[in-house]
Design a protein around this ligand. Structure first.
Ligand code: NAD
Length: 368
C-alpha cells in the first residue's frame, strides 16, 4: 500500500513564530517516521514578513497554498516594525484573511493544566484541569453591523449624548446550530459534559442559543448539558475549573473566557489552538501566543504551545490520533522530567534543566 502523504501549509510568520514552528516540524517529521506516513511541508509567507516581500501581509499565493493543503500550521504574526502601517496592510489582516478564506467558524482552545506546572497557575490548590472551549469564530458582535452616528438627545442629567457608537450582536439559528453541534461532538469524544454559556437573561440572541441547544440535546442523550450566564461562568472557571469539560459559546464570550481559562494553566507558552471549518476543509493550528518580539532571536521561546497545536492538527485534521497522543505524552514526560523553558521556570526548578527552544525540542523528541 502506498505511504500516506499529508500536505501541510506552514506559515512561520514573524518574531518567535518561525522558531517555535521549526520545533513542531521536527516533532511532526519524527512521528511521521514512527507511524508510517509522510509530510509534504510547503512554506508560505504571511504577516509582517509577507508585507516586507510583497507589500501585502496576506498574498493570494498563501491563501491558495492553504486551500490546497490538508491542514495549516501557523506560528504568529505581527510586531512593532509594522505597527504604524495602515490597518489594511497590518500583519493581523493575515489572520482574518485565513479565517475568512478557509471558512473557519469553530475555534478550539484547550486549557490543560499539567500537574507539574500547578505552581505556575495563579490559582491556589488547583487540581488537574482539562477544559475545551469551543468558540464561534465568524459571527456575533465582531462581524455585526457597526458604526457611529450623532444624537441631539440629552441624557437624564441634561448633558448631550453627542457621538453614538454601536456594534450589533446577531446570530442565525444556522450559525448557532453548527457550532453547538461541534460542542456536542467534542463532548461525546471526551467526558460527555457540555456547558452552554450565554447571557440569556438579557440578550435575545442568547435566548436563541439556549433554545437551539435545548432542542439539539435530544440528539445527544449521553451528553450532560448545563447552562451558565457568562458572568457566572467567569466566576465558576476560577472557583471550580477542574469540573468543566467542554464549553461552547459565542465569539465575544469565547474570546474572553478562553483567555481566562488559559491563564489558569500558568503560561501562554503552553496553550495550543485550532480553528476548523466544514469537514473536508483544511483546519488552522496555531499557538495562542503572539510573535513575542521581546524574546525573538534569544532562544527563550517555549515551543510547547506550537508542538501541542501540531498534535491537535494530527488529531482533528488527519485523524492520526495515536501520533497525537504520542506528542502530548512526550510533552507531559518532558515536564515530569523537570525540564522547563524560561517562561515556566519557577524558583524550585533545577537551573540545569531550564532549556532554550532547540534544547527542549530535543528533549521532547527523545521522549517520543
Ligand atoms: P505575545 O503573546 O506575543 O507576548 C506576550 C508575552 O508573553 C511576552 O512577554 C512574550 O515574551 C511572552 N510569550 C509569548 N509567547 C511565548 C512563548 N512561546 N514562550 C515564552 N514566552 C512567550 O503578545 P503581545 O506582546 O501582546 O504581541 C506581540 C505581537 O504579536 C503583536 O504584534 C501582536 O499583534 C501579535 N499577536 C499575534 C497573534 C497571532 O499571530 N495569532 C496573537 C497575539 C498577538
Amino acid at each position: 500500500m502506498a505511504t500516506k502523504v499529508y500536505r501541510i501549509a506552514v506559515i512561520g510568520g514573524d518574531g518567535i513564530g518561525p522558531e517555535v514552528t521549526e520545533s513542531s516540524l521536527k516533532v511532526l517529521d519524527r512521528v511521521a517516521g514512527k507511524y508510517g506516513f509522510l509530510f509534504d511541508f510547503r512554506k508560505y509567507l504571511a504577516g509582517g514578513c509577507a508585507y516586507d516581500v510583497y507589500g501585502d501581509p496576506f498574498p493570494d499565493e498563501t491563501l491558495k497554498g492553504c486551500r490546497g493543503s490538508d491542514a495549516v500550521l501557523l506560528g504568529a504574526v505581527g510586531g512593532p516594525k509594522w505597527d504604524r502601517l495602515d490597518p489594511s496592510l497590518r500583519p493581523e489582516r493575515a489572520l482574518l484573511g485565513l479565517r475568512k478564506g478557509l471558512g473557519l467558524y469553530a475555534n478550539l482552545r484547550p486549557a490543560i493544566m499539567f500537574k507539574e506546572l500547578s505552581d505556575a497557575s495563579p490559582l491556589k490548590n488547583v487540581k488537574e484541569t482539562d477544559i475545551l472551549i469551543v468558540r464561534e469564530l465568524t459571527g456575533g458582535i465582531y462581524f455585526g453591523d457597526h458604526g457611529r452616528s450623532r444624537s441631539d438627545e440629552l441624557l437624564s442629567d441634561g448633558s448631550p449624548k453627542g457621538v453614538v457608537a454601536y456594534d450589533t450582536e446577531s446570530y442565525s439559528e444556522g450559525e448557532i446550530s453548527r457550532i453547538l453541534r461541534e460542542g456536542f461532538r467534542f463532548a461525546m469524544g471526551r467526558r460527555k459534559k457540555l456547558t452552554v454559556v450565554d447571557k440569556a437573561n438579557v440578550l435575545e440572541s442568547s435566548r436563541l442559543w439556549r433554545e437551539t441547544a435545548e432542542k439539539m440535546s435530544s440528539e445527544f442523550p449521553e451528553v450532560e448539558v448545563d447552562y451558565l450566564y457568562v458572568d457566572n461562568c467567569s466566576m465558576q472557571l476560577i472557583s471550580r475549573p477542574s469540573t468543566f469539560d467542554v464549553i461552547v459559546t459565542s465569539n465575544m464570550f469565547g474570546d474572553i473566557l478562553s483567555d481566562e481559562a488559559g491563564m489558569i494553566t500558568g503560561s501562554i507558552g503552553m496553550l495550543p489552538s485550532a480553528s476548523l471549518g466544514t469537514p473536508g476543509t483544511p483546519g488552522l493550528y496555531e499557538p495562542v501566543h503572539g510573535s513575542a518580539p521581546d524574546i525573538a532571536g534569544t532562544g527563550k521561546a517555549n515551543p510547547m504551545a506550537s508542538i501541542l497545536s501540531a498534535a491537535m492538527l494530527l488529531r482533528w485534521s488527519l485523524g492520526e490520533t495515536i501520533a497525537a497522543d504520542n506528542i502530548e505524552n512526550a510533552v507531559r514526560k518532558t515536564l515530569e522530567g523537570g525540564y522547563r523553558t524560561f517562561d515556566i521556570a519557577d524558583p524550585k526548578c533545577d537551573n540545569r534543566k531550564i532549556m532554550k527552544t532547540d534544547e527542549i525540542t530535543d528533549i521532547i523528541l527523545s521522549k517520543l
